[in-house]
Design a protein around this ligand. Structure first.
Ligand SMILES: [Zn+2]
Length: 412
């Protein structure tokens, strides 16, 4: 039994309400007690470690709702995308996972892998505690029609081929057999690799319906890479749980997302849009004039969509495709800033999205909150992120990082 007591802290509990002065006691891997309004907690009972927070903020560990650990690039190392074996991908996942944790993210929801197995085996090691990494919801590799493993760079669109619902269902079964939590479909293309393809549907409706049926029968979640109103409509109809991007949602699509807000999560992923614009061309991504104007237009539309979803109370999660060389893992907290700058969230609302809402997306309601009985994933920050979320990007100001009751970082 281990007991750790955080004293002299301002607690942001994840709910979105103001910080309060208090103390928090952690027993093993759970938050045992929270004292508010300057009260103190008993110091007796079992071995006790006291961490003086020096007036900083104690908050839930951050949760990234759209992570790609297998992409492999971090603030410490660039990994040029390309074909990799499952073994190498598992090592890249382990590297990205450790960096993710170093920057205060104690949980990630995978937005897709390059392998069916790498995330599943890496998670086993993180959960067992012999490799450092966040809690994970794992994903299949990212399916395009007829696509094999590896990074897809061409997206000819669904009109170019005949529907194959059996193949879509078989993919879901294969992913479920591999033990993933979520199965990912690229309902639209990827303009960063194939200009204009964000607006092109890649799957026929019958294929996605077959995937939906298979997912329900196997108890796995479905995740959509979707930009267009048609792709959003199809994902909602077929029971997808997490929808990424949604950049070209029209009024009807926004209404449909709002109507489904109790069962879906949206990851608008502003980080990758900004990165494509600012740093993509240096890496040969979206460097042409047409690409540039497509992306500038997409940024404008996403700002509108993000504001609308916020206004309508749709659960949106920070997480912006970190892992590409021009958008490396370790800068994940930039998405929280962009929720404030682009979508009009208050800092506390953006932090609520990155903590308590993330716990809902992870389907772990006792995650992402600082309350008695909740899981002990905590971040001690030198500063007040509810006044300025950008302090979270400064690694030196993350004084303690705790996952599952264990201190990954202990600089307090
Ligand atoms: Zn993604």
């Amino acid at each position: 039994m281990s007991t750790i007591l955080f004293t002299n802290v301002h607690v942001f509990d994840g709910s979105g309400t103001a910080r309060f002065a208090g103390e928090v006691r952690v027993q093993d891997n759970r938050i045992a007690e929270v004292a508010r309004d300057g009260r103190t907690l008993a110091r007796d009972g079992g071995p006790l470690r006291v961490i003086d927070g020096r007036g900083g903020t104690l908050m839930p560990g951050l949760i990234d709702g759209h992570a790609h650990l297998a992409l492999g690039s971090t603030v410490e190392m660039i990994n040029k995308p390309g074909d990799r074996s499952d073994a190498e991908l598992a090592l890249l996942v382990a590297h990205c996972a450790r960096v993710t944790l170093d920057y205060g993210f104690t949980s990630v929801y995978s937005g897709g892998s390059a392998s069916m197995h790498a995330e599943v085996v890496a998670r086993k090691a993180f959960d067992a505690g012999w490799l450092p990494g966040p809690r994970m919801r794992t994903s299949s590799f990212e399916r395009v029609p007829g696509g094999s493993m590896g990074l897809q760079v061409r997206f000819p669109g669904r009109a170019a081929r005949t529907p194959d619902p059996a193949a879509a269902a078989a993919f879901v079964h294969e992913a479920a057999d591999a033990g993933v939590d979520a199965v990912k479909f690229l309902l639209n293309g990827v303009s960063a690799f194939d200009a204009g393809s964000n607006r092109g549907e890649q799957f026929h409706a019958d294929e996605i319906r077959a995937a939906g049926e298979a997912a329900r029968s196997r108890g796995v979640w479905l995740t959509a890479h979707c930009y267009t109103a048609e792709a959003i409509r199809l994902a909602l109809e077929c029971g997808f749980r997490v929808l990424y991007h949604c950049t070209y949602a029209d009024e009807a699509a926004l209404d449909a997302l709002e109507a489904a807000k109790d069962r879906v999560f949206v990851g608008p992923a502003p980080g990758i849009v900004e990165a494509d614009l600012l740093r993509g061309p240096r890496f040969g991504i979206m460097a042409g004039d047409a690409d540039r104007s497509e992306q500038a237009d997409a940024a404008e539309r996403l700002r509108h969509v993000g504001r609308e979803l916020h206004r309508r109370g749709v659960r949106c999660l920070p997480g912006g495709d970190y892992g590409f060389p021009w958008n490396p893992v370790g800068s994940n907290a930039r998405d929280i800033e962009l929720f404030v700058e682009w979508f009009g969230y208050t800092p506390a609302e953006a932090l609520h999205a990155a903590t308590a809402l993330g716990g809902q997306q992870m389907d772990m309601p006792d995650l992402g909150r600082v309350e008695a009985g909740c899981l002990a994933d905590l971040l001690l920050v030198d500063g007040d992120p509810t006044a300025d979320v950008s302090v979270l990007r400064d690694k030196a100001r993350l004084k303690a990082i705790m996952k599952d009751g264990r201190l990954h970082k202990d600089d307090a």
